[in-house]
Design a binder for this molecule. Sequence first.
Ligand code: CP
Length: 309
Amino acid sequence: MRSRSVLSAGQFSKEQLEKLLETSARIEAHLQNHRQLPLLEEYVLATLFFEPSTRTRLSFESAMHRLAGRIISTVGVQFSSLAKGESLYDTLKMIEAYADICAIRHPVEGASAIAARNISIPVINAGDGAGEHPTQALLDLYTIRKHHSLAEKPVTVAFVGDIRYGRTIHSLLQMLANFPVEMIFISPVEIGLPDKYRDFLKNKKIKIVETEDIAALREAQVAYVTRIQEERFPDPREFEKFKDSYIIDREMVGKCRPDLIVMHPLPRLSEISLDVDDLPNAVYFEQAENGLYTRMSLLLDLLDVPFVG
Ligand code: CP
């Protein structure tokens, strides 16, 4: 790695996470009274999104705007010269010349790591296939910490849905492993926890439960619900089999702990009913908003620009 890049949630120490979250909180407080925090006037962020995105790309771009930086962007292979046959390597060499930092979303697992090995500016993995989505995990962690202290008593986090292909889950479980937590994985067996993450959690001595039974949600303080990742299934019939495996509705939330927070990285399909949205437990829109503060914090950190004040 030739510069500081963010490729995996597992690369962060607890101290680094605490620092990023603390800066995020100060940025959030600052933005209550100001429209900008102009610390990156001299910098350019490139956003390269070769898979669909709403939140990640727009919150990175909004973060850069709020920091008074500049943005260059390419969205979709069809709108870059990749469509004319240019290699990703050549595209990246251009980005290195035009920008100071870049965020990349790509359908191939490990694509960001390959980019980071080939260019000298920091690369942020904004989602690589079914691999990871570390900046989503950062905003998820920030959201959980706002509602549950993650200090001494273990917080029980239930992951619901597509645990096999859900990259946000792969990243969040690694960050959470730095804190006192217990985890419940609720999914059909076929799309359950990949072995490498089960081994990782075992090594970290995190207590986990794996089940297909949604009733396990009653023990949880955090329900992290994900959609079944249609685009990752080699056989579309498999997706059809799992697509409505779990639907969290108001009645179900009513049977859970009162301090349960319901999270979702979004976009959602049918897995959380609209009747959950106005419950105090529902924090998924707040969660998406937190992406702004945490990504501002991360950009400052990667560009070595302190926020003093
Ligand atoms: N959570 C998330 O990655 O959303 P987008 O796909 O809209 O960026």
